[in-house]
Structures are given as structure tokens and as C-alpha cells.
Design a protein around this ligand. Structure first.
Ligand SMILES: Nc1ncnc2c1ncn2[C@@H]1O[C@H](COP(=O)(O)OP(=O)(O)O)[C@@H](O)[C@H]1O
Ligand code: SF4
Ligand SMILES: [Mg+2]
Length: 327
């Protein structure tokens, strides 16, 4: 497997007059070509700021990438100029968000919005671009693509708009697609269709995907590897089968127990107690300690690092520290 993206020790902080807010605090992510990696965690854990950092779209001020490397095909994006980054955004990495209506222009037809990208980034003629737009719309499941190109966004359902966004995101044959909560606004059946579509496109075109979601339930069918994020850090990393077979970190166990499932009786859903601490006030020891059912003295004093388990997965928790295991 060849590595496409390697984020090393990414730190993105926000600065206000009084405080430093470490929204992303030392994150490592490796994505191979064609691989789908999921970044999962409750709202406020730093997922979007991680993805915006990769795209170099952090509003500055107040935000800043203060440390780390973002190696994309070996080039450190952290060092590129804004002009060079524009090229990367249009051609190599594309992004889709939760609410496609805000990303689509309400006064342009679907066709105009797709062809615009192709004419600008791929230097196609209007005619070529229209032909390609129809192909792209067919690829994302519109059988009547020739008609859809004349429609305005408000004529389409939420699921259809997200398909259009995927078509636009795929129009420049990106090597990496970052999807930030792409199905959160959609109902469950449509969610599944959109995830299937992304998986299918990724397999067909060998595009890597970084999918970001607060819902661990979403990732089981689509992801190869899962990174669980809490308070600006990765707390567990494993391939999807291992993670679902046996979640190790108490936070992952909590997320697992709060997945709503279609067949399970909903009485058994147990939300994780307490709230995500604000980044300007992280607890001193393990950041999960105030909510952790297994917390013990050491967790309140020391900061756990990411530990390797059997050389194939990572967990940031003292319960898996060999020193503790021998006690
Ligand atoms: N513009 C900002 N100014 C100050 N802090 C911010 C800003 N944007 C995000 N943050 C901080 O970063 C944290 C993580 O945000 P985010 O990455 O959006 O979380 P997630 O996507 O996991 O819900 C937030 O809880 C917030 O404290
Ligand atoms: S280090 Fe301690 S508080 Fe943190 S997750 Fe593990 S057991 Fe819980
Ligand atoms: Mg977010």
C-alpha cells in the first residue's frame, strides 16, 4: 500500500485575548491510496478543525496550525503558499459537508455548477464540460441526468443535493475526498445510499476517503480504519473489524453503546455521561477521566500516551499500560 496522506503531530490552536485553545492537539493520521479512514467523536472533539487544517482553511486569526506536518504525496501542505494550496484544493483534495444546500449556489442550475468547476480547473470547453457533467451525474445515480442539469438546487431533495455535491467533488478526479458529516442531515435510508455510493466510487476510482462523523454507526460498512477522537486527540485507532469486535478505549465503548440501531430495542441505548470539556479547560490528567467509569488515581494525575496493542492498534488509556497490568 502506498501512503497518500500522512498527518504528523498536527496542532491547531485558537488564540483569544486571554487563552490558547488547543482544538487539535497532536493528531497523527495516515491514509493509504484507495483507503477509507473514519474520524469519529462527539461534537466539539476537533474533527472539523482537523479536516480544515488539512485543507489549510483555518480562519487565521484566531486559528493557527502551530505544529506538525501534512504530507500529501510527500509534499508538506503546511509549507505551501495560498496559491499552491488553491491548486491542491481544486485538483487533488476535495471536500463535501453536512448541508449541501449551503454549498450549492441557489441561483445557478446544477449543470452550471458542475461545468463551472470543469471549465475552470480542467480547462474544458462548455460542450465538453456539459458532457462530462452528465456522465458525473449518472455516476452518482441520476438516471435522468440530461434533465437534472437544468434544475435549480431547491428542486432536489436533500439526498439528491448531496449526490450533486459528490459529483462536483469527484469532477476533478481527486486523490482524496474529505467528507465532513456527509449524511448527518439525511434520513437513515438515504444515509445508507449515500455511504454506499461513496464506497462504490472510492473502489471504482481508487480515491481515498476521510469520512468524519459523530456517529460510529455510520462507519462500520464504509471505513477500513477508524480513528476515535476526543478533546483534540486520537484516543483509539484500529481497523474497522477489530474496533467493532472489541473496542478498547472506555470512550469508544461509550460511543458503541450509544449507537442507535434499527433492530435493537432503543431502551438499551446508553449515552455517555457528562459533556465534552471545552478545549480552554481540559482536565489535567486523562482528558476522559471525568466521564470514565474506570478512572483511577493515576488517570487524574498523568497524561496517557497512545500505546500500541499487539503492534496493530493504538489506544490512549492506562488500563492497557503493561505497568498497570502487572499490578
Ligand atoms: N473559530 C474558533 N474560535 C475558537 N475556538 C474554536 C473555533 N472553531 C472551533 N473552535 C474550538 O475547536 C473545538 C473543536 O471544534 P470542531 O473541530 O468543529 O469539532 P467537531 O467537528 O468535532 O464537532 C470546538 O469545541 C471549539 O472550542
Ligand atoms: S486512562 Fe483512566 S480515565 Fe482515561 S480512559 Fe483510561 S481508565 Fe479512563
Ligand atoms: Mg464538525
Amino acid at each position: 500500500m502506498t501512503t497518500l496522506l500522512e498527518v504528523k503531530n498536527l496542532k491547531t490552536h485558537f488564540f483569544n485575548r486571554k487563552k490558547v485553545i488547543p482544538a487539535v492537539d497532536g493528531v497523527d493520521i495516515k491514509i493509504d491510496k484507495g483507503e477509507t479512514v473514519a474520524l469519529v467523536g462527539e461534537s466539539g472533539s476537533g474533527k472539523s478543525i482537523t479536516s480544515l487544517s488539512i485543507m489549510k482553511l483555518i480562519p487565521s486569526p484566531p486559528g493557527k496550525i502551530v505544529d506538525g506536518e501534512i504530507l500529501f504525496n510527500g509534499t508538506d501542505l503546511a509549507k505551501l503558499t495560498e496559491n499552491e494550496m488553491c491548486q491542491v484544493r481544486g485538483n487533488d483534495i476535495s471536500m463535501i459537508f453536512q448541508e449541501p444546500m449551503t454549498s450549492l449556489n441557489p441561483v445557478l442550475t446544477i449543470g452550471e455548477q458542475i461545468t463551472e468547476v470543469l471549465i475552470y480547473h480542467k480547462k474544458m470547453s462548455k460542450k465538453e464540460a456539459t458532457r462530462k457533467a452528465i456522465d458525473l451525474l449518472k455516476m452518482v445515480g441520476f438516471s435522468r441526468a440530461e434533465e437534472i442539469i437544468h434544475d435549480y438546487p431547491h428542486r432536489l431533495s436533500g439526498g439528491m443535493r448531496q449526490r450533486v455535491m459528490i459529483a462536483i467533488a469527484m469532477s476533478c478526479d481527486p486523490k482524496l475526498l474529505i467528507a465532513d458529516e456527509p449524511t448527518t442531515a439525511l434520513d437513515v435510508t438515504i444515509q445508507a445510499q449515500i455511504l454506499d455510493l461513496m464506497k462504490e466510487l472510492s473502489e471504482k476510482t481508487n480515491t481515498s476517503i476521510l469520512i468524519i462523523t459523530h456517529d460510529l454507526g455510520v462507519v462500520s460498512d464504509i471505513a477500513d480504519k477508524v480513528l476515535v477522537m476526543y478533546c483534540g486527540q486520537v484516543v483509539e485507532e484500529a481497523n474497522v473489524e477489530d474496533l467493532f469486535d472489541e473496542p478498547l478505549h472506555p470512550y469508544t465503548v461509550g460511543l458503541m453503546e450509544s449507537i442507535p440501531s434499527l433492530e435493537a430495542d432503543t431502551d438499551r441505548l446508553v449515552p455517555i455521561q457528562g459533556n465534552v470539556p471545552s478545549p480552554d479547560n481540559f482536565p489535567k490528567g486523562c482528558r476522559f477521566a471525568p466521564r470514565c467509569p474506570h478512572a483511577f488515581d493515576r488517570c487524574l494525575q498523568e497524561v496517557p500516551s497512545l500505546m500500541s496493542i499487539d503492534g496493530k492498534r493504538l489506544v490512549r488509556c492506562f488500563l492497557y499500560d503493561k505497568e498497570e497490568a502487572t499490578v
